[in-house]
Ligand binder design. Structure first.
Ligand code: C2E
Ligand code: MG
Ligand code: MG
Ligand code: MG
Length: 291
């Protein structure tokens, strides 16, 4: 029991007052407990992604939230690193993937298949050579075509041997999954990842977007990244767009896609569905043709 081990009264328990290491230990235990339950403990949120030129809705990114009975709302920015460090990220991501496919399978709207649904996954999944088969089997189980699923992988985990990752990624591409290099420009393996792995998209990290309106160096960097990506046949998605000015500059620099609070905040899945049903300009072609 998390509370007992933390030695505090439930109503007095304040996660914020703990030192970082202790806080992470408590969270890791809470996560282990939550993962044992059959029902998902997290909520699925979706943030829309747009083509910047015409603000056409292209898809959405899945982001999770955890309402903990004692700790309140926990942000993935805090508990995902804990899940990574405590080796619980693989079962957690599998639950998220399953819950998202289940949700997609239950939607009657025909245009859910015309959008691309991005799901964040730890690169740790690629340590298991059966990962690709597992993903495909889940898609078949739910009747969701891999063409409308995109996997977002972050680069900040140091992985020496990319050969198995590459092999799995190639087979995922053949099956139709999209592959996104998330948080591009923040890690130390970016270019090596691009050189060795068959990504379909690059997600420009928010730190570049934050400075883009005022800072000329950031503009030059983003233009360089956009040119590089185009040359490699990759689509660039900018994350964290908060102002109209940022969006205009990004578009001018050749960044085709984006997401951020300006365009739409992450919302619980079911309210996203409402938004979809209101949307007039959903793409008319299948998701696979938009890559
Ligand atoms: P990410 O994939 O880079 O997601 C973008 C983060 O930026 C999200 O934070 C999103 O809510 C936030 N964001 C989006 N637009 C804006 C904006 O305009 N301004 C600002 N200030 N923030 C914006 P969130 O939801 O807290 O997620 C944090 C990270 O946790 C994600 O970063 C992702 O790497 C990870 N994550 C979330 N869900 C999962 C999951 O199911 N599995 C795994 N492995 N990682 C996940
Ligand atoms: Mg992401
Ligand atoms: Mg990102
Ligand atoms: Mg990020």
């Amino acid at each position: 029991q998390v509370l007992a081990s933390a030695g505090a009264e439930p109503q007095l328990f304040k996660l914020d007052l703990l030192k970082t290491a202790e806080r992470r230990r408590v969270l890791a235990e809470a996560l282990a407990e939550a993962l044992e339950q059959d029902t998902p403990f997290f909520e699925l949120y979706l943030q829309p992604q747009y083509r910047l030129a015409n603000r056409q809705l292209m898809g959405a990114e899945t982001l999770i939230r955890w309402q903990h009975a004692t700790f309140g709302t926990l942000s993935p920015g805090e508990f995902i690193p804990v899940a990574e460090a405590s080796h619980q990220i693989v079962p957690l991501d599998e639950k998220v993937f399953d819950a998202m496919l289940d949700w997609l399978a239950r939607q009657a709207l025909p245009h859910t298949q015309r959008l691309v649904w991005a799901i964040n996954l730890s690169i740790r999944h690629f340590d298991d050579h059966r990962f690709g088969d597992w993903l495909l089997a889940r898609c078949e189980h739910y009747g969701v075509p891999p063409q409308c699923i995109e996997l977002e992988v972050t680069e900040h985990v140091a992985t020496q041997d990319l050969s198995q990752v590459r092999e799995i990624m190639r087979s995922l591409r053949l099956q139709g999954f999209g592959l996104v290099l998330d948080d591009f420009g923040t890690g130390y393996t970016s270019l090596r990842f691009l050189k060795e792995l068959p990504f379909t998209k690059v997600k420009l990290d928010k730190v570049y977007v934050d400075a883009i309106a005022e800072d000329e160096r950031s503009q030059l960097l983003v233009k360089g990244i956009a040119d590089l990506a185009r040359g490699l046949g990759l689509t660039v998605v900018a994350e964290g767009i908060e102002t109209q000015e940022q969006m205009d500059v990004l578009r001018g620099l050749g960044c085709p896609m984006g997401q951020g609070y300006l365009l739409g905040r992450p919302r619980p899945v079911d309210s996203f569905l409402w938004r979809l049903s209101q949307h007039q300009d959903v793409p008319s072609t299948h998701a696979a043709h938009m890559r």
